[in-house]
Design a protein around this ligand. Structure first.
Ligand SMILES: [Zn+2]
Length: 176
């Protein structure tokens, strides 16, 4: 069984009232949101994002990994090229959430089994303390040569029980 019929039916309904054909490539809010891939944690919903507002990157845990750094460095490079002389702010919003599966990654038994069966090492993205992980992730961004230090970064935790986002790290350029 496949869910694609439902997906395509919903897409027909979506495209029937589609009016977003002339959106610019650069997101209107000049913002990248990094969040967990968890189906309950969709930034478009809880931040009320419209098409074209922001770039959303999602992975397990919403953690800053080497591949996330590559994605953001590439985006920042493209934005800087498109801005030219007229450089404008560029923002990165990190969102972790309660009841995250990445908290299970912290279990040594889980880590060992995953490594043995799938060859994936999740020790670097395991979450034991969300505030600490957010601070670690911001430090990783700060230490990444490809991420410009004028990028403004902030960190949040989304509560899957209330739908509320709590600020952990207020927005500041990486250079600070
Ligand atoms: Zn999660």
């Amino acid at each position: 069984m496949s869910e694609t019929k439902t997906l395509l039916d919903r897409n027909r309904a979506f495209s029937n009232t589609f009016e977003a054909r002339d959106l610019p490539i650069l997101p209107k809010m000049r913002t990248v949101v990094l969040a967990c891939a968890d189906a309950r944690v969709d930034p478009a919903y809880f931040f009320g994002l419209e098409l074209g507002d922001a770039v959303i990157i999602r992975n397990n845990g919403g953690r800053v990994t080497p591949s996330v750094i590559e994605e953001i460095a590439t985006l920042a490079f493209m934005v800087a090229m498109m801005d030219g002389e007229n450089r404008q702010p560029f923002e990165l919003v990190l969102v972790q959430h309660t009841q995250c599966g990445a908290e299970r990654f912290a279990d040594p038994g889980f880590q060992k089994a995953l490594k043995a069966k799938v060859g994936v090492d999740v020790s670097a993205v395991a979450i034991t303390d969300h505030e600490l992980s957010l601070q670690d992730d911001i430090e990783s961004l700060r230490n990444a040569p490809g991420i410009p230090d004028y990028v403004v970064v902030s960190g949040y935790i989304y509560d899957v029980q209330t739908g509320q986002v709590r600020e952990i790290v207020s927005p500041a350029p990486l250079s600070q």
